[in-house]
Structure formats: structure tokens, C-alpha cells
Design a binder for this molecule. Structure first.
Ligand SMILES: [Zn+2]
Ligand SMILES: [Zn+2]
Length: 332
């Protein structure tokens, strides 16, 4: 099969990925073999390709927002049959026995493994997923629209939970890309007031189209203090900016897996009055199931920008350069 592989991590402009022939994978016991129909392009794929994240698997195939069709089952794989449409997301293994797993925080499991980092992902014709970590998908939503929900949506939803938005609260979204535009729809459906703080006219326009109360630059002050904020841009310089924008008791959740260093925080202006700064680490399967159900109920729709699978590297270059709004999706 044709598949993308990270030859040597480096700047995406230099072409660290190559399009190669790989054997169609054999599903291990408990795994599904999945024919990729569509695969979303995530900023984490960029971090894997550029070396912001350490190499976990040589020549890994990135991609962890896969909508695919089951074409084979490994020994003992249960819950799915050949022909089923499934979602393959970032989290693909936890031990189920550590203190974090036992208390419902499998996202913190030290033995966790991830699709497109520890195992080959969806920038390919086929991939595999442990059946216990796959998501059943509804029949009536197109592949391309579902793909971005599987990471951008799920991680964004966990970030929204971590940001502890009160009912009817004021939410600031720093950066308005794939994840933020999905979270915004959920928050608005739940009655929140949303302010987008982001570079780029197109992103600001998209925010307003979706119902945001305001859209301004990332370094601008929002028109009112925020109860909660989520930082999607991987820019540490924005942490104090967002902390200053919080009201008393407000919470900032940093959604990314990678963030540039944060400048020092001023205690009086940026932390006092019980403001909180929180990180977001991956997600639990419970987050995934909850988000997918909410997304369907509220008809959350990804704005998508479609590329052929053969142009994955171009899609990542465009993501880094901010050349599209919404979410990029590769199709086979
Ligand atoms: Zn564990
Ligand atoms: Zn992702």
C-alpha cells in the first residue's frame, strides 16, 4: 500500500515525510484492520514530523483522525464486523491497572500509546486500531465531516471540560483553527458567550459566522472579562495575555501537546484572585464518546479543506503557514 512515513524529523518546509510503499499491516490480536476513507490533519502530526515530539517509532506513518472501514479482525477482536465504519483516534492503549487508570484518568496512564506516534496511523491506505479504542460512527454523516471530530473535536472537548466553563459563561478561544471551531459550536449550543482571539481575517470571520460574540487579535483584550479560556495556539507568550483576560476565579486550559516556553507570570495581575492555569493531556475514551454524542445532537459540523492523500505534506505545510481555516482532511 501507499503510506506516508517520517523519514527524518525536521522543518515541514524541508519535506521530512516521504510517500513510500509499505505492506498492508496485519491486525494484532484484539485489533481491527481499517481501510482509510478519510484522515484529518492535526497539529500534532506537524509536531511528530518536525521533531517537537521525540521519535517513538522510526519512519512512523502519522495520522490519528481516521474514518475507515473494517476489512479484517485480529484474533479475539470483538464488537465490530467487516464493513463497519469506525473512527480511529489518538489514544490507542492504556494499561487499565495503574493508579490513574483506576481513578478514571486513563489519559494520564504512563503506559499509554498513541496512533501516528507509537504505531502507524492514517496517512496511508490501511491502518490498525485496537477494537477497544475504536469509535463506532453514525451512518448519516459524511467521512470528511466526521474525521476532524476524532481529535480536534475530542481534545477540544476535553479542554472545554478542563476550562470549567460555568453555565452561560464567557469563553475565550485563543487560536481559532480545527479544534476551536468545533469547541465553539458545542459551547454556543450550551449557552455560552464565545470570544475568538486569533490571527487571520479568515479565522475571525469563521468565528463570527459560527456565532461568536466577538473576534479580535490574540494579543488584544476581549470586550469583557472571561470565565474560562482555552489556548489552542502553541505559543507560550499568550499564557500571560490570556491569564490577564480572565475574570476573578477564571480558568485557562492549555490544549496543545506542545507549547513554546511561557514568560514569567506576574502574580498580582495574572494569577491572584484564584485564577487557574491548567494543561490538557490527551483524552479518555469517555471524553471521546461524550463528545461524539454531543456533536451529533448539536449538529456540530467541521469546516473542511480536502486534500488528496498524496498531498499530505502540502497539507501540513499549509497548516503551519495558516493557509486555510477550519480543518484539513486527506481523502484516499
Ligand atoms: Zn494506566
Ligand atoms: Zn490530534
Amino acid at each position: 500500500m501507499r503510506a506516508w512515513a517520517v523519514r527524518e524529523p525536521g522543518p515541514i518546509e524541508s519535506g521530512p515525510l516521504e510517500y513510500v510503499d509499505k505492506p498492508v499491516p496485519d491486525p494484532a490480536p484484539g485489533e481491527l484492520l481499517v481501510q482509510v476513507l478519510a484522515c484529518g490533519v492535526c497539529r500534532t502530526d506537524l509536531h511528530v514530523s518536525e521533531g517537537d515530539l521525540p521519535v517513538h517509532r522510526e519512519h512512523v506513518t502519522p495520522g490519528h483522525m481516521v474514518v475507515g472501514r473494517v476489512t479484517g479482525l485480529g484474533e479475539g477482536a470483538a464488537g465490530y464486523a467487516a464493513g463497519d465504519r469506525v473512527g480511529v483516534a489518538w489514544l490507542r492503549h492504556t494499561d487499565g491497572t495503574c493508579r490513574y487508570c483506576r481513578r478514571g484518568n486513563e489519559n494520564l496512564c504512563p503506559s499509554s500509546r498513541y496512533t501516528g506516534w507509537d504505531a502507524d496511523g492514517g496517512y496511508a491506505e490501511y491502518t490498525t486500531v485496537p477494537a477497544d479504542y475504536a469509535y463506532p460512527l453514525p451512518a448519516d454523516v459524511p467521512d470528511v465531516e466526521l474525521a476532524p471530530l476524532l481529535c480536534a473535536g475530542i481534545i477540544g472537548y476535553r479542554a472545554l471540560l478542563r476550562a470549567a466553563l460555568p453555565e452561560g459563561g464567557r469563553l475565550g478561544l485563543y487560536g481559532f483553527g480545527d479544534s476551536a471551531h468545533l469547541v465553539a459550536q458545542v459551547a454556543l449550543a450550551q449557552g455560552a458567550t464565545v470570544h475568538a482571539l486569533t490571527r487571520g481575517d479568515a479565522s475571525q470571520r469563521l468565528a463570527l459566522e459560527l456565532g461568536a460574540a466577538s473576534a479580535g487579535g490574540a494579543y488584544d483584550a476581549p470586550p469583557e472579562p472571561l470565565d474560562s479560556a482555552i489556548l489552542f495556539a502553541p505559543v507560550g507568550d499568550l499564557v500571560p495575555v490570556a491569564m490577564r483576560a480572565l475574570d476573578r476565579g477564571g480558568v485557562l486550559a492549555v490544549a496543545g501537546i506542545h507549547l513554546t516556553d511561557t514568560p514569567p507570570l506576574n502574580y498580582e495581575r495574572e494569577l491572584f484572585y484564584e485564577k487557574e492555569l491548567r494543561s490538557v493531556t490527551s483524552n479518555t475514551r469517555q471524553d471521546g464518546r461524550e463528545f461524539l454524542a454531543l456533536a451529533l445532537r448539536h449538529q456540530v459540523r467541521a469546516k473542511t479543506h480536502v486534500y488528496p492523500m498524496a498531498e499530505a505534506q502540502q497539507a501540513l505545510q499549509d497548516l503551519k503557514a495558516g493557509r486555510f481555516d477550519g480543518a484539513a482532511v486527506l481523502v484516499s
